[in-house]
Write a protein that binds this ligand. Structure first.
Ligand SMILES: [Fe+2]
Ligand SMILES: [Fe+2]
Length: 272
C-alpha cells in the first residue's frame, strides 16, 4: 500500500472560451466519446466522493484517512471543471441524455451496503485509471488534440493515476472481500459500456456524424486498430478478477509525475 499525500491542484484554464466540436485532432468519434465520458463525471464523481466520505469513520489508519480527504478534494475539483466543460458541450447542442437514468441508479444505491457502494467506486476507479494510463502514454493520440481540452484531460488523467488505489484501499480497510468486489466490477463493466455507447451515439447524432463511414472507421481504429484500446483493456480488465489484484500493480506512476513536473506552471496547489 502506498500512502503518499495527495495534493489538490487548481488548474489554470478558462473553459468559457470554448473549443472546437472535433477538438480531438479532427476525429469525431474520439471527440464525442470523451465528451460522453465527461458528461457522466459530475454525477459519477459525486457518488465516489460520497462513498469514501461515508467510510471515513470506519477507517483506522490516519494515513488512509488523509488520502481519502485528498481523493475527495481532487474529485471535487474534477467535477467543478468538467461541469464547465459540459456547459460548453450544451452550447454546442449536445445533451446529456443519461442524467435521469444515472440519478435513479444513484438513488437506488442507498439500498445497498457501504461495502457495495465502495466496490462500485473501486471498479469505476480501475476504469478511470486505465483510461488515464492510455491517455497519458500517448496510445490514444491525445497529443493531436487542441490545447485547451488536452490540458483538462491530461490533468484529470494524471490525478486519476495518482489516486487510483484510494477507493480500493478503503474498500479493503472496511473489510470488503474479493467476491463482492468482482461481482460489482462485472456490473459496472456492463453498465459503463452501455452508458458510454448510448451517450456517444447520441452525441454523434446531434453532431451530424452518426451515419458517416469516417466516424465508424475512427471507432474501429480506436478499439481494434494497431494501437487500439482493446489490446490493453482486455488484460487489465481480466486482472481485476484476480483475488491478488491491487491497483498499484497496474499503471505507471511516472506518467503522472512527469505531467505534474512538465505542467507545473499550469496549476496551483490548494493543499498538501
Ligand atoms: Fe476524477
Ligand atoms: Fe478518481
Amino acid at each position: 500500500m502506498r500512502l503518499s499525500t495527495l495534493i489538490v491542484r487548481k488548474l489554470s484554464i478558462d473553459l468559457k472560451q470554448g473549443f472546437a466540436r472535433h477538438w480531438f485532432g479532427g476525429d469525431a468519434f474520439r471527440s464525442q466519446l470523451f465528451n460522453a465520458t465527461s458528461m457522466t463525471f459530475p454525477q459519477g464523481e459525486q457518488f465516489f466522493i460520497d462513498s469514501v466520505r461515508d467510510a471515513l469513520p470506519l477507517i483506522e489508519s490516519p494515513e488512509l484517512c488523509e488520502q481519502v480527504r485528498g481523493f475527495i478534494g481532487q474529485e471535487a475539483t474534477h467535477r467543478h471543471l468538467h461541469a464547465q466543460y459540459n456547459a460548453e458541450l450544451e452550447r454546442q447542442g449536445l445533451h446529456y441524455v443519461l442524467q435521469r437514468w444515472i440519478a435513479w441508479r444513484i438513488r437506488q444505491s442507498s439500498k445497498v451496503s457501504l461495502a457495495s457502494r465502495l466496490a462500485v467506486t473501486a471498479a469505476f476507479e480501475h476504469y478511470t485509471a486505465l483510461f488515464a494510463q492510455v491517455t497519458l502514454n500517448g496510445r490514444l493520440g491525445l497529443e493531436r488534440a487542441d490545447a485547451l481540452p488536452r490540458l483538462l484531460w491530461s490533468w484529470h488523467s494524471a490525478e486519476e493515476l495518482e489516486h487510483r488505489a484510494v477507493a480500493f484501499d478503503v474498500y479493503r480497510a472496511i473489510g470488503g472481500g474479493a467476491l463482492r468486489r468482482v461481482a460489482w466490477f462485472a456490473y459496472v463493466s456492463l453498465l459503463f459500456t452501455i452508458d458510454l455507447t448510448v451517450q456517444t451515439t447520441h452525441n454523434l447524432y446531434r453532431d451530424g456524424q452518426l451515419l458517416r463511414w469516417r466516424t465508424w472507421a475512427g471507432a474501429l481504429s480506436y478499439y481494434v486498430g494497431r494501437r487500439g484500446l482493446a489490446w490493453v483493456l482486455v488484460p487489465h480488465v481480466l486482472a481485476y478478477f484476480s483475488p491478488r489484484f491491487h491497483p498499484l500493480r497496474h499503471g505507471d506512476d511516472g506518467l503522472a509525475t512527469a505531467w505534474f513536473t512538465q505542467y507545473r506552471d499550469r496549476y496551483s496547489e490548494l493543499k498538501a
